[in-house]
Design a protein around this ligand. Structure first.
Ligand code: M6R
Length: 366
């Protein structure tokens, strides 16, 4: 059942190239320059007229929502808010009838997300669901939706659900940008072409496994860890930290790299591993100067960098290279080494990788 892998988590990490292809299937017609998604096409006027998009989710799905915020605002120029379902539902939030709510949930059973959807519907918003589990409760109570088609995710730590959620949200943002004319056709087409290359690039990123194992061996005994990123990769830093926390029980925090100087930099000493996502595209020089600040305080730097990087390599204690892609698509690739790092650290610490203590796969209670 684990297909030759020791754990479901590892199997699911390695399934990502195929899972992403399955998310595309029948939806992305690259030669024709078309994205076809029934749930969107049937409701395109609602999306086009949206005053704003409110994304609601929990945990890793919330991180996918944060990546989508950057993508939707860049591609479709529509304002986006990303909400924790548990906060949204109890806050007496302002919801307009012309808001489009996107609820993201792998399991489709998360209690807080369900309650947030019901609240938004009651206030008249159109609610679109992104679920992985076909026929799940959330897929049934939403007005329309799309499945990620990632296949069953058994490991409690979400992996392929995250990258396929980002994939489908990218398709939706592109489809909307095309419908509203906010993106030039040539740009739209170049995104489709690059998306088609993403499964192959994820495959290549997975080749960093040995290097991830090496880095894991170095830092497995650290009591704390920091994850930093900027822009599209700030949410990836949050996701990297969550992955480490939930399966290795090492305290980790994710931050936007530039927030360091507003407090967390005080934590840095020679005991602190700092995982920095430093892609060549996207605030590269800024991230490099953030790395210099950490180095000046003797922090240990592990750079997640673009293939062929030289500058971060010079400064970092370790680097892990991933293939180059268009900036908004880098989160899908940058996530891969962070998943593998957490997996190896948890394994080395002899933790139950697939079923971490205190956690359930679906959180059906609030
Ligand atoms: O099934 P959902 O996507 O609604 O689940 C949301 C969270 O409970 C989930 O992502 C959780 O944070 C994962 N264990 C993270 O790996």
């Amino acid at each position: 059942e684990k297909g030759g892998y020791d754990h479901f988590m590892l199997k699911e990490i390695y399934e990502q190239p195929q899972a992403i292809k399955d998310t595309f299937r029948g939806r992305m017609l690259v030669k024709e320059g078309i994205i076809k998604m029934a749930g969107i096409d049937d409701n395109i006027e609602k999306f086009k007229n949206a005053r704003r998009i409110i994304i609601i989710a929990c945990g890793t799905s919330w991180h996918a929502g944060l990546v989508a915020e950057y993508i939707f605002e860049e591609f479709a120029r529509v304002p986006v808010e990303v909400e924790y379902a548990s906060e949204f539902r109890y806050r007496n939030p302002v919801v307009f009838k012309d808001d489009v709510v996107i609820a993201i949930s792998q399991s489709g059973e998360t209690a807080d997300t369900m309650a947030a959807i019901k609240l938004a519907k009651k206030q008249g918003a159109f609610v679109f669901g992104i679920c992985n589990v076909v026929g799940s409760s959330i897929s049934r109570i939403t007005d329309a939706g799309a499945y990620t088609h990632a296949g069953p995710e058994i490991g409690v730590a979400s992996t392929k659900a995250f990258t396929t959620q980002i994939t489908i949200l990218t398709l939706i943002a592109l489809r909307l940008a095309q419908a509203t004319g906010k993106m030039a056709d040539s740009e739209f087409r170049s995104y489709l072409q690059e998306l088609e290359r993403i499964p192959g690039k994820v495959e290549k990123a997975l080749k960093c496994n040995d290097q991830a194992e090496l880095v894991a061996a170095q830092y497995k005994d650290a009591p704390n860890a920091l994850y930093l990123g900027r822009g599209y990769n700030f949410p990836v830093a949050l996701e990297g930290a969550l992955k480490l926390k939930e399966i290795s029980y090492i305290h980790a925090e994710g931050y936007p790299a530039a927030e360091m100087k507003h407090g967390p930099i005080a934590l840095i000493d020679e005991m602190m591993p700092v995982f920095v996502i430093a892609m060549r595209k996207g605030h590269y020089e800024k991230v490099v100067s953030n790395i210099e600040e950490i180095k000046a305080r003797s922090g240990k730097i592990i750079g997640i960098v673009t293939e062929g990087d030289t500058e971060v390599k010079r400064l970092a204690d370790h680097i892990i290279e991933i293939p180059e892609t268009l900036e908004p698509l880098t989160p899908i690739l940058a996530t891969i080494p962070l998943q593998l790092l957490s997996y190896h650290i948890a394994l080395m610490l002899d933790k139950n990788v697939d079923q971490p203590r205190n956690l359930a796969k679906s959180v059906t209670v609030e």
